[in-house]
Design a protein around this ligand. Structure first.
Ligand SMILES: *Cc1c(COP(=O)(O)O)cnc(C)c1O
Length: 366
């Protein structure tokens, strides 16, 4: 299944109560249709069930629907080799979500409540069969086509019409099945002349409004035959920022790994942070600093993008604004492959987890 919406039956909704200054929690169970029952249905019946799951009773007219005043997270649960299920670094997502809400000047959802709700969320859906089964065949390709649970926590405002900041936000956790993220048949990345984020803007938080530009730039890239678009900085138009919804890395000829340093225009990816840590553990020199298009054209031998949905995805080439194409070659380069093996191995539990990145939700038989 591709990156399409197939919601799970159980949804978590919390609502901020300004009087108690607490979040009132609720579990919405749209239906009790198990995963196997859903798959056995006719297409029309299945669509009816899935459509109903998307009716969460949120206000139709709100700061969110009118002004894209919202923020979200992308987080994955992985079936592990021992037969269990684990969520990858949920406290990191919880911290970022909290920071996004602070950035939006609305009451921020507590990190511990975020982690607790996420764990309970996976358990409740797993009880209805919404949990992928570990398949040893995935190991052959370092989990390139492996299944996982894609969780999408988000904030939604109360009903409202004038431009303003939310005082009584909702926090929702829902999930859908996913596998491959990038469209098949397209190839390479292209630099876009659109600007994703400006200094003093909202590029450092995962807020909904940032993704309108990304949707446009990505459509333009795909129409031109590219799989991904890459942004340059807003001030100099010289330095790489990131991809449409992924961070970007380059491997230079001397094996140094470089990635743009964080600031207020780059989203602090948890995959980015994990990849940097893994690369350092493996003995690579990793530099977080400005990376210019010129430097990449002269010195880079690999390029890959990272994100929860994208994993580690190699880019076969980068085409600049003048149409000059720098070719890295098809598929994974050796460094991207090594990092992919390590990251996915830890996430799916075929390798040790020395940094305790996994939060076990359902224990395996070890
Ligand atoms: C979500 C996102 C990323 C990747 O973050 P992860 O935590 O690794 O999933 C990178 N860039 C942007 C713009 C994003 O929205």
């Amino acid at each position: 299944m591709a990156f399409a919406l197939n919601l799970y039956p159980v949804t978590y909704i919390a609502r901020y109560n300004p009087e108690t200054e607490k979040w009132d929690e609720e579990w919405l169970e749209s239906d009790k249709v198990t995963y196997d029952e859903l798959m056995a249905m006719s297409e029309a019946d299945r669509k009816a069930v899935l459509d109903k799951r998307n009716q969460m009773g949120l206000p139709s007219v709100s700061y969110t629907s009118q002004y894209a005043y919202s923020c979200f997270e992308g987080m994955k649960g992985f079936p592990t080799k021992d037969g269990g299920v684990a969520i990858f670094r949920p406290e990191e997502n919880g911290k970022r979500f909290n920071n996004s809400m602070k950035g939006l000047y609305c009451p921020a959802f507590p990190v511990d409540q975020y982690v607790k709700a996420s764990v309970e969320f996976v358990k409740r859906n797993a009880a209805l069969g919404y949990v992928p089964k570990y398949n040893p065949d995935w190991e052959k390709t370092d989990y390139a086509d492996a299944d996982s649970i894609y969780m999408r926590p988000f904030m939604n405002s109360e009903g409202a019409i004038g431009v303003g900041c939310s005082k009584q936000p909702y926090v929702v956790i829902c999930a859908t099945t996913v596998s491959a993220y990038f469209k098949k048949g397209l190839d390479g990345a292209v630099i876009t002349n659109r600007i994703r984020a400006t200094p003093h803007g909202t590029g450092y938080i995962k807020c909904a409004s940032n993704y309108v530009i990304s949707a446009l730039a990505k459509k333009e890239a795909e129409q031109a035959g590219f799989v991904e678009c890459v942004y340059l900085d807003a001030v100099h138009h010289k330095y790489f920022q990131e991809g449409s919804s992924c961070n970007i890395f380059f491997v230079l000829k001397d094996k140094t790994i470089v990635t743009p340093e964080l600031g207020d225009t780059i989203l602090p990816g948890i995959t980015r942070k994990s990849v940097i840590a893994l690369a350092k553990e493996k003995g690579y020199k990793v530099e977080e600093r400005p990376v210019s298009v010129k430097e990449v054209q002269k010195k880079a031998v690999e390029c890959f993008v990272t994100g929860t949905a994208a994993g580690i995805s190699p880019m076969s080439s980068i085409t600049d604004l003048n149409g000059k194409k720098t070719v890295f070659g098809e598929g994974f380069g050796p460094v991207a492959k090594e990092l992919q093996h390590e990251l996915k191995g830890r996430q799916y539990g075929s390798l040790e987890d020395p940094n305790h990145w996994n939060t076990v939700v359902i224990p395996g038989n070890k």
